[in-house]
Design a binder for this molecule. Structure first.
Ligand SMILES: Cc1cc2nc3c(=O)[nH]c(=O)nc-3n(C[C@H](O)[C@H](O)[C@H](O)COP(=O)(O)OP(=O)(O)OC[C@H]3O[C@@H](n4cnc5c(N)ncnc54)[C@H](O)[C@@H]3O)c2cc1C
Ligand code: FES
Ligand code: FES
Length: 1335
């Protein structure tokens, strides 16, 4: 490695301030620099470079050529700080803050309720802000495009998009009430009674500050002078291990490339970055050609266009759009194909970072552009010290043939893309798990040239991505088809040929082998149809058009701009104006979320002497630990200690949960040891040096099936039964039996598990700051691990960046892991899990296998059901027993089946232990119920909705476990959902559509829901609060609930405001802590606001009772006067409140009880369109009717419903965890675990809160945190309906039960046709698959 003793100063600007870094380290990225060096913690870490978008910032640069400033969004985690020389960075702190002025983008994001946990909010704000810097009045399409690279796990995106749309002049609403206003946009819609007036306004647009682009900060003039400085020189930066050299001229660059032939040329760093961060690549030298004008240009000629290699994909996009607008259509087919893929390739940030040159040279096998460039006969222009040359961007290049490669000293200067010609067709085709920002499962670039005026093939090119280690060319196939006519026979031969030429082995990396094989020919068929259409357009006489019903195969689903309405009850006009209960108040921290001022654990400033912790996890699923060699790690720079099970002073195992593996490992991902070092980079690198020797232990159990074989369970069976099931089966018309598999789900909270453990100097005390749902459990586990009483452990919880159940037991275990390290080293420990480690270690929703036997009459009435559930609990108990109990109790859903038996068991396997997740098993178990109802409908030739209605609870009834409930609100939700969604009319329309379209199908489904709230044991429902009134009249409310994004603090403030009869502005909520409210239960099962609300109410009522004498004496006095007086009179102004909990119980022996406090009812109708050739689907519309009783805060409740619905939709349709047969989790980041983005939300989304009564809960409200999750399965069943339509049309009468998730793979393979029949199938006994299902 060259060492540069006199490195240059790195100069750039951040938020208008000049940064001069004398020790710029090439390995340091901007995210780290912002957070840890500049202490600008608004920009968040969500994944470290895999595309979550939480670290989005704006970079601005002066373009010397155009003399213009370019503003563009980037993900800071992939920007090497050394690349920023001469740039201006704007972070969320730079656009506005509560200390200065909140920017309209931040204000609207907050006020439109676009933040919940707030962890994604700074990134969202920056994406919208950057768009506005370039387009102050963006179109709704541009807003969608700008947000495509930002993930949010809480909101369901609708309010975020809406906040962006407020800047748009083109509104997505109907405008019937004037500009930007909708016919539904009114305070009140007339209804029967005063209470039932319906509101649709969740925020008030009139409150918004206008956007004034002239107020934005100017680009620092110094940077313009620096850019224009003619005496610029080469820059060198020297880090701890690497050097960075920025060339000053092209000549200089070529010189450098010759001197350091192995050094990467860092352009967008979107390939180099991830391979060094995640792939362990190391480069001692980086070369940067940033800003060299020779690499940044567009040159258009009569025959084509040459684009500089330094152009980003966003600039390429703009350039191609311009060319397309200028040139005749026939010349632009390659450009149009590229544009189509450029719209969905990654997110806006990556498109603004990644360069054409970098894309072409890195040649990822999934490349979206290279197959099209190759099909379009593009040419690469190369330059080196030796001179210039050209190489074709063809199959040889893409397949990395050594003779077709760049020489190590060469660089790509530009890419030439020829115009297409008249008898020449070029297309790009692609299918990904998600429409945007997701690597293609298979993509292709295809082109065909015909002899002029004929359909005789003169040249044919097909390139496929994601079918092997490189993009591959179907060269042989294409050659053999030259001279053939473009007809069905040619297509059929082409399919056979290409399948034998491009062979995906059965155990190929990436899995989905049969699907990918099918896609190879399905995409070819799409191209075939497109070309036939094109030929027909050119000469309709000569070339017949494709059949009308094939037309829909041509187009992909467009990315629409979502719209919708949210309806809720208006506040009683007689309610005092100061009383905030029932109003759609903004989340109490929303502005702070949007400005980045909300403090999460890792935003807490550095603590003196603090150390960073990195984990070493097991690589074996079940093995004896033979040896742990930490010597090399201990010798690593900066390392202070390595912590193992031997260092745990107390119990290494609390309630069966193991902190550090001891003697044996029981899953891949179990923590074996941790490394504490002065920086996280040192800790992480040293952790890689720990050597562990294992000896495998048999059996290794990964799947439910294997667990059943080995009789491996975590706990006993849970069962409920009513009626006489066996007898009933004897008296039914039909019996069906089946199985449903529901795979697991990753929580994917945006903030990974985070801990700060601070040992105190006295009495073995320790203080922890944690993002948790259960501070008391952390306290319990830490105390056990340290062998101290719990009173020595203080846990502080301010907020979590999402949790969804994943921060209950897991944060307790990991809290203990960090506390042990803090205890051993005697120093504060900062333990922030990397995304990959978090996904690996903490597991998620339980995969489930449901087996059913259903007896029913031919009219659809179900008489008997015998259902068995097995969940994959993983290696320890965690919450598995509770999950199985909930499944058994809840899975009957909305249906009364007189003879009903339901059993469940949690399987013990060698996977990381699965844990609580929104809905606690209900979303999995109830999918099985909906599946058998759907199967019954199919047998009876009825619509599933008819069978649902027939079997739905009708009157006040008892559940299978004997708890009384009133299904009236359920039936109301169901009825309204059917009516208001016009289900039957739309169903008929869909059938009509399906008749006329062979390759696309529409499907609709309505699902009802009866969801129970709370916990089965009374003590699990209790809650405490502490309310202080200070002498100035301000009020501090503390309670046991954790703020996870759901807005519990906001609701608590509303409760306190009503109870104390003071404006909400008087009330402050600090944090949740084991000091202020002890012995809490977790914030989960939807009852957080219910039970803590009761405790806060109780405390407030106690205080009000104490104040009564004072108030009575001075009834007209002000609050402040009363408090001052009370203080003088020695009235205690502090009170604890307590709620004993709902008095629930469950007697499992008797199989009956009152296990739940109350029920939430709902119904949802979804309509989808499915592309039978690719398996893609589009969610056209969803209507949700949710019984909210009386909503304390309709904005928060609707936010929960929408967010949960989208999360549920993700569970049932696209989210897929991939495990190796050895139990290794492959999916460890947002790039390989696909959650919904903004493009997945319903194009039309209507949510209605239905009014009912719930006297048991505070203010007759209901807990709505989880219920919406299950309603996401209306999308699953709509897909199932569409698939059934496709199968019927293909003559397949037997209804297929889909397993969850209904991914594009599942959908495509269910839509059996000539293409699925054509692909080679492998005997499963002859190979080991790359991944397996674990349900
Ligand atoms: C989150 C994420 C999502 C993505 N999604 C997609 C997707 O959906 N579809 C898709 O196709 N791609 C996707 N990509 C990949 C992306 O397109 C490529 O990483 C990108 O195009 C590489 O360009 P770059 O400028 O960042 O290259 P860099 O990382 O800067 O460089 C990559 C390599 O190219 C070499 N190089 C760069 N420029 C030159 C040159 N001019 N001459 C010679 N060598 C050069 C470098 O030496 C290096 O070896 C994604 C990437 C990320 C991080
Ligand atoms: S943290 Fe940067 S993209 Fe996720
Ligand atoms: S608000 Fe978006 S991730 Fe929580």
């Amino acid at each position: 490695m060259p060492s540069h003793p006199n490195p240059d100063e790195l100069i750039f600007f951040v938020n208008g301030r000049k940064v001069v870094e004398k020790n710029a380290d090439p390995e340091v990225n901007l995210l780290f620099y912002l957070r840890k060096v500049l202490h600008l913690t608004g920009t968040k870490y969500g994944c470290g470079g895999r595309g979550c978008g939480s670290c989005t910032v704006m970079v601005s640069r002066y373009d010397l050529k155009t003399k213009k400033i370019r503003h563009y969004p980037v993900i800071a985690c992939l920007v090497p700080v050394c690349s920023l020389y001469g740039a201006a960075v704007t972070t969320v702190e730079g656009i506005g803050s509560l200390k200065t002025r909140v920017h309209p983008v931040q204000e609207r994001l907050a006020k439109c309720h676009g933040t919940q946990c707030g962890f994604c909010s700074p990134g969202m704000a920056m994406s919208i802000y950057t768009l506005l810097r370039n387009h102050p009045e963006p179109t709704p399409e541009q807003i969608m495009e700008a947000l495509g690279g930002n993930l949010c796990r809480c909101t369901g995106y609708r309010p975020i998009v809406e906040s962006g749309n407020t800047f748009s002049v083109e509104s997505t609403v109907c405008q019937m009430k004037g500009p930007g206003k909708c016919c539904m946009d009114q305070e009140e819609m007339p209804s029967v009674t005063r209470q039932e007036k319906i509101c649709t306004k969740l925020y008030n647009r009139d409150e918004f500050q206008p956007l004034d682009p002239s107020q934005e900060p100017i680009f620092p003039p110094e940077l313009i002078r620096m850019a224009e400085d003619p005496s610029k020189k080469r820059l060198t930066f020297q880090g701890e291990r690497t050097a960075w050299i920025t060339a000053v001229t092209l000549k200089d660059l070529l010189e450098l490339k010759a001197n350091y032939p192995k050094a990467p040329l860092v352009m967008g760093n979107t390939t180099v970055g991830p391979t060094t961060i995640f792939g362990d690549e190391f480069h001692p030298v980086f070369i940067s050609p940033l800003g060299l004008p020779e690499l940044y240009f567009v040159d258009s000629t009569d025959n084509g266009v040459t684009i500089g290699a330094g152009y980003t994909l966003a600039q390429l996009n703009d350039a191609l759009h311009f060319i397309v607008s200028e040139q005749p259509k026939e010349k632009t087919k390659t450009y149009c194909a590229l544009l189509k893929h450029l719209r969905t390739l990654a997110g806006a940030q990556i498109r603004n970072m990644a360069t054409l040159g970098g894309h072409v040279v890195s040649r990822p096998n999934f490349s979206d552009l290279n197959p099209i460039l190759a099909a379009g006969n593009a040419i690469i222009n190369l330059i080196s010290k030796e001179g210039e040359r050209q190489i074709p961007l063809d199959g040889h290049f893409l397949e990395r043939s050594p003779e077709a490669n760049l020489k190590s000293e060469e660089i790509v200067s530009s890419v030439y893309i020829p115009h297409s010609t008249q008898w020449h067709f070029v297309s790009g085709l692609r299918l990904a798990q998600r429409q945007e920002n997701s690597y293609a499962i298979v993509n292709a670039g295809m082109s065909v040239k015909f002899e002029d005026g004929t359909d005789t093939i003169k040249e044919f090119k097909m390139f496929y991505g994601s079918v092997g280690p490189t993009v591959v060319s179907a060269d042989q196939t294409c050659k053999q088809l030259i001279g053939r006519h473009w007809d069905d026979q040619m297509l059929s031969d082409a399919c056979q040929l290409v399948l034998s030429e491009i062979y995906i082995p059965p155990g190929a990396e990436g899995g989905m082998v049969e699907y990918r094989r099918t896609l190879i020919i399905s995409l070819l068929f799409k191209f075939y149809l497109k070309v036939r259409r094109g030929l027909n357009r050119m000469d309709p006489q000569k070339f017949p058009d494709i059949p009308e019903k094939f037309m829909s195969a041509l187009d992909n689903f467009p990315i629409g701009t979502p719209q919708g309405i949210q309806m809720f009850q208006c506040v009683d006009p007689y309610q005092p104006p100061q009383d905030p209960v029932g109003h759609p108040l903004m989340h109490q921290s929303a502005i702070k979320h949007a400005t980045g001022e909300a403090v999460y654990v890792d935003d807490i400033p550095p603590i003196n002497e603090e150390l960073f912790l990195a984990v070493v996890t097991s690589t074996r699923a079940h093995a004896k630990i033979i040896l742990i060699d930490v010597s090399e790690a201990l010798a690593f720079p900066g390392v202070v200690d390595v912590i193992t099970a031997d260092d745990v002073p107390g119990d290494n195992n609390c309630l069966g949960e193991i902190f550090y593996a001891q003697n044996e490992v029981i899953c891949v991902g179990q923590i074996v040891c941790t490394v504490a070092a002065d920086t996280y980079a040192h800790a992480r690198d040293a952790a890689k040096k720990v050597k562990i020797a294992y000896e495998d232990i048999e059996p290794r159990i990964i799947t439910i099936e294997q667990a059943l074989e080995h009789n491996s369970f975590l706990s006993g069976e849970k069962k409920i039964e009513q009626g006489n099931v066996e007898q009933a089966f004897k008296h039914v018309d039909q019996i069906i039996e089946g199985e449903v598999h529901v795979e697991g789900q990753e929580h994917f909270y945006l903030e990974t598990q985070s801990f700060l453990a601070i040992p105190k100097q006295e009495d073995k005390e320790m203080v922890l700051h944690i993002a948790t749902q259960n501070p008391s459990a952390v306290q319990e586990f830490v105390a056990a691990a340290l062998n101290v009483p719990r009173n020595r452990i203080t846990c502080h919880m301010k907020r979590a960046g999402g949790a969804f159940g994943g921060k209950t037991t897991k944060s307790a275990v990991l809290g203990a892991v960090s506390a042990v390290a803090a205890n051993k080293t005697g120093r504060p420990i900062r333990f922030i899990l990397e995304r990959g480690d978090d996904m690996l270690i903490t597991a998620g929703r339980h995969p489930l296998l449901g087996k059913y036997k259903i007896g029913f009459m031919n009219n659809g009435v179900i008489k008997a059901a015998d259902v068995e559930y097995y969940v994959n609990g993983g290696c320890t108990l965690d919450e598995s027993e509770m999950v199985i109990e909930f499944i058994v109790l809840k899975s009957e859903n909305a249906y009364f089946i007189p003879n009903f038996r339901c059993r469940g068991r949690a399987c013990k396997t060698n996977l990381p232990s699965n844990t609580a997740f929104r809905g606690f098993g209900f979303p999995q178990g109830t999918l099985v119920a909906e599946s058998y109802i759907t199967a019954v409908a199919s047998q009876c030739d009825l619509l599933p909705e008819e069978v649902k209605e027939i079997n739905m609870y009708k009157r006040i009834s008892k559940t299978a476990f004997n708890q009384i409930f009133n299904p009236e609100p359920l039936r109301r939700c169901w009825k309204e959902c059917l009516e208001k969604s016009s289900f039957y009319a739309r169903k008929r329309d869909a059938e009509e559509f399906n008749k006329n379209n062979y390759w696309k199908k529409k499907g609709l489904a309505v699902v009802p829901m009866k969801f129970t709230v709370g916990n089965t044991e009374a003590y699990q429902n209790h809650a405490g609060a502490l309310v202080h009134i200070y002498t100035d009249g301000s009020v501090l409310v503390l309670h046991g609930g954790c703020e996870l994004g759901q807005g519990i603090y906001t609701k608590m403030a509303q409760v306190a405001s009503r109870e104390l009869n003071i404006p909400i502005s008087y009330i402050h909520l600090l944090e949740t802590s084991t000091v202020t409210v002890p012995n809490t239960f977790f914030t989960a099962t939807s009852i957080g606001a219910d039970v803590n609300g009761k405790a806060v109410q109780n405390a407030c009522q106690i205080l009000m009772a104490r104040l009564q004498p004072v108030i009575r004496k001075n009834p007209k006095g002000r609050w402040e006067d009363w408090i001052a007086k009370a203080y003088e009179e020695c009235i205690n102004l502090s009170a604890t409140g307590y709620f004993k909990g709902y008095q629930t119980y469950m007697d499992w022996k008797a199989e009956e009880g009152e296990p739940f406090a109350y029920y939430v009812y709902g119904a949802s109708c979804s309509e989808v369109e499915v592309d039978c050739l690719t398996g893609a689907h589009k969610l056209l519309r969803t209507d949700i009717f949710m019984d909210a009783a009386f909503s304390i805060n309709p904005a928060l409740d609707i936010g929960q419903i929408e967010g949960a619905f989208i999360q549920g939709m993700g569970l049932y349709t696209i989210e897929e965890l991939k495990y190796s047969p050895e139990g290794v989790l492959y999916s460890r980041g947002p790039d390989d675990y696909i959650i919904p983005t903004v493009t997945e939300i319903p194009e039309e989304f209507y949510v209605t809160l239905v009014r009912s009564r719930n006297p048991i809960a505070i203010y007759s409200s209901k807990g709505l945190g989880e219920a919406g999750m299950f309603l996401g399965c209306s999308v699953f069943f709509a897909i199932s309906d569409a698939v059934a339509a496709a199968r019927r049309q293909r003559g397949l009468t037997k209804r297929l039960t889909l397993n969850s998730p209904a991914t594009p793979e599942v959908i495509r393979m269910a839509c059996t046709d000539q293409f699925t029949d054509m692909i080679p199938r492998d005997d499963p006994s002859t190979f080991t698959p790359w991944s397996i299902h674990v349900s």
